[in-house]
Design a protein around this ligand. Structure first.
Ligand code: AP5
Length: 207
């Protein structure tokens, strides 16, 4: 099964991808996470991406496509989280037989609250939310005891820029995949369990 998770910053792509990939045994590929791993290893790619990401800008298509395509070549089961994000990126994987594009639809106001409360583990990258998905012990990861931190691109100015990028460059993909009969729209403004129940229904039918 080949799936794409599409949605604004903070719409819940990472949260849903973690559950889905475990339950349906799919390889979870998050371009944001791959970039963050490269950034923490201070590789050439990470250094190039860091400045753009911290400002809330997209990484150029060519770099992102060259990074992602080899990871899906020859694979039958995967879940793309945060890719494609532009029409050229979608065209670059048009040869892939995608089963569904799950669009997590939510208002900008709702995601701003989510992003301001988000914390991630500095060691294993597990995501939390101070109010909706709190850790058992404040400031500490449930899984590895790592310190919880805020992402640099969750600062208010970077969030504003990420939204502009989303509206300009990613929103057109809703139409693109709808015309190809692949779009499945989910009401992402509900609780994590309620959102997952909707996503699960869609994916279960494909399995
Ligand atoms: P990326 O990491 O993909 O960031 P994003 O798309 O902005 O998405 P987020 O990770 O912010 O949010 P999410 O939708 O995964 O939500 P989450 O589950 O964490 O990319 C980062 C950057 O990398 C980009 O800005 C760009 O610069 C670059 N990049 C990445 N891919 C690229 C590409 N293809 N091309 C070019 N550049 C690229 O949830 C958010 C919070 O809400 C969490 O705290 C969570 O616990 C909580 N939450 C989740 N669901 C719910 C719910 N239902 N109710 C209440 N709280 C919830």
């Amino acid at each position: 099964m080949k799936l794409i998770l599409l949605g604004a910053p903070g719409s819940g792509k990472g949260t849903m991808a973690e559950k889905l990939s475990q339950e349906f045994n799919l390889q979870h590929l998050s371009t944001g996470e791959i970039f963050r791993a490269e950034m923490s290893k201070k590789t050439q790619l990470g250094m190039k991406a860091q400045e753009l990401i911290n400002q809330g800008k997209l990484v150029p298509d060519e770099i992102t496509i060259n990074m992602l395509k080899p990871k899906i070549a020859g694979k039958d089961d995967y879940l793309l989280d945060g890719f494609p994000r532009t029409i050229p990126q979608a065209e670059a994987i048009a040869d892939q037989k995608i089963d569904a594009v799950i669009y997590l639809k939510i208002s900008e106001a709702a995601v701003i609250e989510r992003l301001s409360g988000r914390r991630i583990c500095s060691q294993c990258q597990t995501g939390y939310h101070l109010k909706y998905v709190p850790p058992k012990k404040s400031g500490v990861c449930d899984h590895c005891n790592g310190k919880l931190i805020q992402r640099v691109d969750d600062a208010p100015e970077a969030v504003q820029k990420r939204f502009r990028e989303f509206n300009e460059k990613t929103q057109p993909l809703v139409d693109y995949y709808s015309k190809r009969g692949l779009l499945q729209t989910i009401d992402a403004a509900k609780s994590p369990d309620q959102v997952y129940a909707q996503v699960w229904k869609v994916v279960q039918k494909l399995d």
